[in-house]
Design a protein around this ligand. Structure first.
Ligand code: NAI
Length: 464
């Protein structure tokens, strides 16, 4: 079942009716149609602002130039901007926040529909010892304003969401060492329409492991191999198609009973199919044998997408429903990765990306089993990422909000209606939105991102 408000509310008679009764109608999002394009800023207006003492503006301009644009100052009231980029790396104390206020106050009303906003910050030091700041007071004030910037960004997300516009905060560790090359992939993704359903998020990246030379996102997966679990349909299928469209050879993995649908997807993208029940005890050995026999002994990208729900309140949940969800959504990920990493079949610079959920952040009525697994993925990713640095394997998770798939089509109509509305963008996402984030995390450009759980949820109010 589609979203009537989104599909009909912007046209003809329904537009008039909804306007007259004061029903806010969401803005249809601009999404990329297929592949990455490099010149995303061509003929776009980007306004750059910065707090004094931050990253030099020439570095941003060099990155914008790579993307086919340049920063501009908008003077006339009529002129609109397609993107705002604000460098907040110079903000170290409470008084400095005023600069951010002034930039946004002067520019936010100039944003076009479906425009992009990015704030760039340094990382938040874990302790005073590692902060490089010379007093406890300076450290405390620094941490205070950094958290403040996150609150600011999330609030702007809610204010500009009705326009279909997004804002995200990029946190770079050692931001002072950033150059145009290291910034480029992040700006490319966050300023493009590939991030149309990502808003109000904080994405952390390490400059140390970020690209040192120009890394283009387009066709950046050429020569790579990928396995996507649960990819006969839904988000997994969308992801498999997206990875293939950027050049990867993709293995469609799904339950043996779904072989027909899985093989059809595989054939359409020149990929391969493997029938595996991820909850079977021999799942890992089957996958390892396949990698050795069919993928030349190593795999570059693994997407753990297979997932199920068996909803019941905890008092009514039988052991089978509990065990099944734990087995597919969590145990399969932990045990298969453990075996793959031990067997050394994940290539250097590999990418392991798992599907979490906003339910993993917020919990959900009737989903104690599901939320346990999706929250478990969060802890898993954060901890496992610390163990794979020597092979430069990044470990991340994507947490979808409400996405239109077979899983959500089963929801009661009113639950689905409110599920869609409970976000800054006031609509559901598409499998392609998740696929785009996964394609970015899988790309060489995202080498600096590991241990992250990134929500692709349209700024979902739950667990924010
Ligand atoms: P879906 O139900 O449309 O597709 C799931 C796929 O996984 C199917 O192809 C199914 O055959 C496969 N699968 C299930 N159990 C399997 C097993 N034991 N072994 C191998 N394959 C198996 O689901 P959807 O909506 O595409 O979700 C994909 C992932 O995204 C899941 O992990 C889900 O929890 C997560 N997610 C989805 C959200 C949504 O709104 N659709 C929201 C948050 C998270």
């Amino acid at each position: 079942m589609g979203d009537f408000l989104l599909e009909k509310g912007n046209k003809g008679i329904f537009k008039k009716i909804f306007k007259s009764i004061g029903v806010p109608v969401p803005t249809p999002l601009n999404r990329i149609k297929e592949n990455w394009k490099k010149n995303i800023l061509e003929s776009k207006k980007v306004v750059l602002g910065s707090a004094p003492g931050g990253i030099n503006s020439s570095i941003y301009d060099a990155a914008f130039k790579e993307l086919g644009g340049a920063s501009q100052v908008i003077v006339s009231k009529e002129e609109k901007a397609n993107a705002l980029v604000y460098d907040a790396t110079g903000i170290v104390n409470v008084a400095d926040l005023k600069n951010m206020y002034e930039f946004f106050k002067n520019n936010v009303k100039k944003l076009n529909l479906c425009s992009r906003v990015v704030i760039v910050c340094d990382s938040v030091p874990k302790s005073i010892e590692t902060s490089g700041l010379n007093s406890i007071e300076a450290y405390v004030e620094y941490c205070t304003v950094q958290q403040g910037i996150e609150g600011f960004s999330r609030s702007v997300a809610k204010e500009i969401g009705a326009k279909g516009a997004t804002i995200n905060l990029l946190r770079l560790s050692s931001a002072k060492d950033a150059n145009d090359k290291s910034l480029l992939p992040y700006l490319h993704f966050l300023l493009s329409d590939a991030s149309a359903f990502v808003t109000g998020q904080v994405i952390e990246a390490s400059i140390e492991t970020s690209p040192k030379q120009v890394v283009a996102l387009e066709k950046s997966l050429a020569g790579k191999t990928a396995i996507v679990t649960g990819s006969a349909r839904g988000i997994g299928e969308g992801t498999a198609r997206r990875l293939a469209s950027e050049g990867a050879t993709v293995v469609i993995l799904d339950r043996p009973g779904d072989a027909e649908a899985g093989k059809a997807v595989a054939t359409s993208i020149n990929g391969k199919f493997i029938g595996v029940d991820m909850s079977a005890p021999d799942a890992a050995t089957t996958i390892i044998d396949f990698i050795k026999n069919e993928l030349g002994g190593g795999v570059d990208i693994i997407v753990h997408n297979a997932g199920i729900t068996r909803d019941k309140t905890i008092g009514n949940m039988d052991a089978a429903a509990w065990d099944m969800v734990i087995s597919v959504n969590l145990n399969a990920i932990v045990s298969v990765n453990k075996a793959l990493l031990a067997a050394g079949v994940v290539n250097e610079n590999g990418r392991i990306i798992s599907l979490s959920s906003t339910s993993g952040f917020a919990g959900n009525f009737g989903q104690t089993n599901y939320a346990t697994t999706k929250a478990g993925v969060i802890g898993y990713v954060r901890s496992l990422s610390q163990t794979t640095k020597d092979k430069k394997i990044t470990i991340n998770a994507v947490a979808p909000g409400f996405i239109e798939t077979a899983m959500t089509a089963k929801m009661p109509a009113m639950t689905a209606f409110f599920g869609r509305r409970l976000s800054a963008l006031s609509q559901a996402g598409h499998p392609s939105d998740i696929a785009n984030m996964i394609a970015f995390l899988a790309s060489p450009g995202a080498s600096g991102v590991s241990g992250q759980i990134i929500r692709v949820c349209g700024g979902n109010f739950l667990g924010a």
